[in-house]
Write a protein that binds this ligand. Structure first.
Ligand SMILES: [Zn+2]
Length: 289
């Protein structure tokens, strides 16, 4: 028995060493391509995306998207949940939006997710885990009829994985940091992805609401932005340059939303890169006016 424990420990220790040796190989490979790679990496990061994914070891965002370190700001937890009171996640969102100026947030779920499977079962997996998975159970309960109408167990799990991503995307839209960013004229886009572990492909999910303005008014917040505070303190006559600037800003917001809706109708989906570029240029032009 003791001998068995010793040989198991030796085997596990060599596997652990293999992981560290892998880092040496990684560094050599990168430096063989570009000698200054890590020196350049140490100068800072300018990621354009925040990805909220599952902690599952089979869903590594950079590997799946052929992106390099520095390209995606990443937060991972069990079953890629966006819980409104999660301090950790909210700090990540705030830093990504207000300091890194990311332009897209992606919620990436995946098939064969242990968290989704556990949430569909009735067996307890432990106090804290049960509490965490309760968020998925809420999605399950809301869509119970649809999910249970499916015959195949895997289809049921895939269905809940997709619905869970949609629900988390909606939680992002409800987030005050994101809503404020939109009202300040920085239209951050939110996308839902499903990574299929069995094929390796990522599917982009069509989400009903593409902008915060389409969200239920119950959650829609109105912020008193700094520029508005200054304007309201002064008795600005109608037609003054400051009032005109505010009107121009509001008109800009409307045009962005119309543009996104039109693109969605025309393309059956959102052509992200080009459209966002156009929107950003448009916002910049408006702000310069
Ligand atoms: Zn998972």
């Amino acid at each position: 028995m003791n001998q068995q424990i010793v040989s198991n420990s030796i085997r596990e220790f060599s596997q652990y060493n293999r992981v560290l040796e892998g880092n040496n190989i990684y560094v050599e490979k990168k430096m063989a391509i570009y000698y200054q790679y890590f020196k350049k990496l140490s100068t800072g990061q300018t990621p354009k995306y925040l990805l909220i994914g599952c902690s599952d070891s089979r869903a590594p965002p950079n590997e799946l998207t052929e992106t390099d370190p520095g390209e995606i700001f990443i937060h991972r937890n069990i079953a890629n949940l966006v819980i409104p009171t999660d301090l950790n996640l909210n700090c990540v969102i705030q830093y990504a939006v207000e300091h890194l100026n990311i332009h897209s947030i992606i919620v990436m779920g995946h098939t064969c997710c242990g968290g989704i499977k556990a949430a569909m079962a009735q067996d307890s997996v432990g106090g804290l885990l049960d509490l965490w998975l309760n968020q998925i159970k809420i999605v399950y309960e809301k869509n119970q009829e649809l999910i249970e109408s499916l015959e195949n167990e895997n289809d049921k799990l895939d269905c809940l994985s997709q619905l869970n991503v949609r629900a988390q995307v909606m939680n992002i839209w409800k987030n005050p940091i994101i809503q404020k960013s939109w009202q300040k004229g920085n239209p951050i886009m939110v996308h839902g992805w499903l990574f299929r572990v069995e094929t390796g492909y990522i599917e982009e999910l069509l989400i009903d609401s593409q902008t915060p303005e389409e969200m239920n008014k119950v959650f829609a917040l109105k912020f008193k932005l700094d520029s508005e505070r200054i304007l309201s303190k002064q008795t600005t006559p109608l037609g003054s340059p400051k009032n005109n600037a505010r009107k121009k800003f509001q008109s800009m917001q409307k045009q962005i939303i119309q543009h996104i809706k039109k693109q969605k109708e025309n393309a059956g989906g959102f052509q992200k890169t080009n459209d966002l570029q156009q929107i950003r240029e448009y916002v910049q032009n408006c702000q310069e006016l």
